[in-house]
Design a binder for this molecule. Structure first.
Ligand code: KG4
Ligand code: ZN
Length: 391
C-alpha cells in the first residue's frame, strides 16, 4: 500500500509575530509599489525538508509568516549519518506538502508571492535538485522570479530577518558542513577570514557523539550530556589556540576524545558526561580564541568599523558557545547577535529571507540556474591547506 509520506511529523512550525525585525507591520499585498514583498523559500540541501514565507518591507525590515521544517533524522538513524540518496528521496516525497503547509500557515496564495527562492547550494546534489526543480516549476507556472540562494548566505543574513541587523558585521558560521569567519560587507559581498583545515565544528560534535554512543544529531546530544559533566577531568587539546593564522581544526580534538574514552574502556554515564563537557570546553576555548584572532585581523585589514559580531548555523544553537561569544564580543566592544534557536539549524525562513534581500536588489535568476554542490561565499579567498570543500 502506498504510504502517505507527509503524515510524518513536522518538527517545527513557526510563524507570525514570533520572529521578525518589525513586529507591527501589516501584510498588504494589494497595495502598489511600497507594499511588502512576499517570498516563498525552499530548503533541501541536506537532511531538512523545509518551506517558509517571509514578507520584506522597502525599509529592509522583515516578518516571518510561516516556517515548516521536517527533519529526517529518523530516516537516517540506522546508518549513523546522512545518506544522500535517502535524503533526496525523502525531500521528493514531502516537499510539495511542506510548501502547501507553509503557504497555508502564512495565509498566502502562490499568486500573491513575489519570488520563489530555493537553496541551490552548497549541499548534497540530489536534495538540491529536488528543491531547485520544484522552485523552477512553481516559478514557471506562476511567472514569478526564481531566486537561487546560497545556503551559507542564507545563514549569514538570518539576523536581518530576526533582529533587523544589516551589514557590515563579522560572522562565525558554524554548521555541519562549514566553519568559517566571514566579513559580511553586504548582501552578496563576503570576505572569508577563517576556515577549518579539517572537520567542520558540527561534524566534530556529530562524530564525538557517535563515538560515545549518543544519538544524532550529535550537537544537542553532546550539549545535553555536558550539562552534568566535569569539563576538567580529561585532558584535551585546544586546537590552534594561540596560532597567528585564524583558522580552525577539530579532527585532533575528536581523536583525543576517542583516546580518552578508550583509556576508560567501558564508559558509564558520568564518564560520557565528563568527556562531553571536556570536549565542549575545549571547543569553546579554541573557537573564542580563533574569533578573537579573526577580529584583530579584520580590524587591521579593513577600514570598516566593526561593531557587531554574529554567530549563525546549527552549532550557534549551543548555549555555552553563545555565552562565550557574547562575552568575547563585549570584551571587544561589539554587540553579539545570533538567530533564535529555531532558526540556527537549517530552515527555509533563512532561504526565503536571503531570497527577499536579493530580490530587493534585483538579483533574480533565470530558469537555467544551476545547482552548485560546492559554492563558496568568497570565491577569491586564498586556498588554505586541508580546507578542501569546507572552504
Ligand atoms: O546548519 P545546520 O542545521 O546544517 C548544516 O548546514 O550543516 O547544522 C547542523 C549541525 C549538526 O552538526 C548539529 O550537530 C549541530 O549543527 N548542532 C549543534 C547544536 N545543535 C545543532 N552543535 C552543538 N550544539 C548544539 N546545540
Ligand atoms: Zn546550514
Amino acid at each position: 500500500m502506498p504510504r502517505e509520506p507527509c503524515e510524518r511529523k513536522f518538527d517545527c512550525v513557526a510563524g507570525g509575530p514570533e520572529f521578525g525585525s518589525r513586529r507591527n507591520s501589516t501584510l498588504n499585498p494589494a497595495a502598489s509599489d511600497n507594499r511588502e514583498k512576499l517570498v516563498l523559500g525552499i530548503e533541501t540541501s541536506c537532511d531538512e525538508t523545509a518551506a517558509a514565507v517571509v514578507a520584506r518591507s522597502d525599509d529592509g525590515s522583515g516578518r516571518l509568516l510561516s516556517s515548516v521544517v521536517r527533519a529526517q533524522w529518523e530516516d537516517h538513524r540506522a546508518f549513523g549519518g546522512v545518506v544522500p540518496e535517502i535524503a533526496a528521496r525523502a525531500h521528493a516525497e514531502c516537499l510539495d506538502d511542506i510548501i502547501r503547509m507553509a503557504l497555508k500557515e502564512a495565509g498566502v496564495r502562490l499568486d500573491e508571492v513575489d519570488g520563489i527562492a530555493a537553496a541551490a547550494g552548497p549541499g548534497l546534489i540530489g536534495g538540491l535538485i529536488v528543491g531547485v526543480i520544484s522552485a523552477k516549476a512553481i516559478a514557471l507556472a506562476t511567472g514569478k522570479p526564481l531566486i537561487a540562494v546560497n545556503h551559507l548566505e542564507a545563514h549569514a543574513l538570518t539576523v536581518g530577518l530576526t533582529e533587523g541587523l544589516s551589514p557590515p558585521y563579522l560572522m562565525l558560521l558554524v554548521s555541519g558542513g562549514h566553519t568559517q569567519i566571514l566579513l559580511v560587507r553586504g548582501v552578496a559581498d563576503y570576505a572569508r577570514i577563517s576556515t577549518t583545515i579539517d572537520d567542520a565544528l558540527g561534524e566534530a560534535f556529530d562524530k564525538t557523539a557517535k563515538l560515545l554512543g549518543l544519538p544524532q544529531p550529535g550537537g544537542p546530544s553532546v550539549e545535553n550530556a555536558a550539562l552534568a559533566g566535569n569539563p576538567s577531568r580529561f585532558q584535551l587539546p585546544r586546537p590552534m589556540k594561540g596560532r597567528a593564522e585564524p583558522h580552525f581544526s577539530f579532527a585532533g580534538l575528536k581523536t583525543a576524545v576517542r583516546q580518552r574514552a578508550r583509556e576508560v574502556a567501558a564508559l558509564n554515564d558520568a564518564d560520557i558526561s565528563d568527556l562531553c563537557a571536556g570536549f565542549q570546553q575545549a571547543v569553546l576555548e579554541s573557537v573564542v580564541d580563533r574569533c578573537a584572532r579573526a577580529i584583530a585581523i579584520a580590524r587591521e585589514e579593513t577600514a570598516i568599523k566593526l561593531t557587531h559580531f554574529v554567530a549563525a548555523g546549527g552549532v550557534a544553537a549551543n548555549a555555552a558557545l553563545r555565552q562565550g561569544l557574547s562575552d568575547l564580543a563585549a570584551d571587544e566592544g561589539m554587540t553579539f547577535h545570533a538567530p533564535p534557536l529555531a532558526l540556527c539549524g537549517d530552515n527555509a525562513a533563512m532561504i526565503a529571507w536571503a531570497g527577499a534581500e536579493r530580490h530587493a536588489m534585483g538579483l533574480v535568476d533565470s530558469l537555467d540556474a544551476p545547482v552548485r554542490p560546492r559554492w563558496p561565499l568568497d570565491a577569491d579567498a586564498p586556498k588554505v591547506r586541508g580546507a578542501g570543500v569546507k572552504a
